[in-house]
Design a protein around this ligand. Structure first.
Ligand code: SF4
Length: 224
């Protein structure tokens, strides 16, 4: 069982507000309002904008990344930098373009430290991921996607299992909530760090494409 399950009997103020909304879009916006005002972990201190996520409220595929970077923090939207451009190309090649999916992150605020006078991105810490998980859990509950695609090791650790290994466990299916299946592949930013068009990046892109084909075939079999 993934880390996205919870005890639905526990009362929560977010649930109370979400349940007042009749549409999935309204419910997602209710969650987003909580996210934009959230101060539950230290990542709220340096953010310019929280990034709740965006996309199709009826999406069959939900993409979950690590967290907002500099561009995302500036715009309040997920995957809008160079990694986002590469992700768009990957998703379009797999025939589930961004307009048909919902895209978010395991933490909704940028994780960054000041290094030599400049804010540098870093992986979010486990307590920050745990503090932010209830928002992701609710987004999954509202959308109830068929497939949850984790991008990169931190997303795999935050969604599948704290001991998740991207090199050993990418491209494998895991059980998710509401009958969904979870799979992980490499983060586009990792491919870009490997040199974009270099041979290392080519090998990574090939593996990512294999993972996309698994999702595509599963959705075809599931009739989506
Ligand atoms: S990262 Fe999540 S838990 Fe932390 S302040 Fe932002 S919205 Fe709240």
């Amino acid at each position: 069982m993934s880390l996205l399950s919870r005890n639905l009997d526990l009362f929560d103020p977010i649930d109370a507000v979400v349940s007042e909304q009749s549409s999935r879009e309204g419910q997602l916006e209710a969650v987003a309002r909580f996210v934009r005002e959230c101060v539950l972990c230290p990542l709220c201190r340096n953010r310019r904008n929280a990034v709740p996520g965006e996309g199709d409220a009826e999406a069959a595929v939900m993409v979950v990344g690590e967290g907002p970077g500099e561009n995302e923090d500036a715009q309040g939207r997920p995957f809008v930098g160079r990694a986002g451009e590469l992700l768009d190309k990957i998703l379009e090649a797999a025939e589930f373009p961004r307009s048909t999916i919902f895209i978010t992150n395991i933490v909704k605020c940028r994780a960054a430290d000041m290094v030599e006078g400049r804010m540098q991105n870093r992986a979010p810490m486990a307590p920050d991921v745990a503090a932010c998980r209830p928002y992701l859990v609710r987004q999954v509950e509202i959308i109830q996607p068929k497939v949850i695609l984790c991008l990169g090791s931190p997303a795999g650790k935050g969604v599948i299992d704290p001991g998740f290994s991207i090199t050993e466990q990418r491209g494998k299916w895991f059980e998710g909530p509401f009958g969904s299946r979870i799979i992980a592949t490499f983060h586009p930013a990792f491919i870009l760090r490997r040199g974009g068009a270099g041979s290392g990046a080519r090998d990574l892109k090939k593996l990512v494409w294999e993972d996309m084909k698994l999702i595509k075939n599963y959705l075809l079999e599931a009739g989506s």
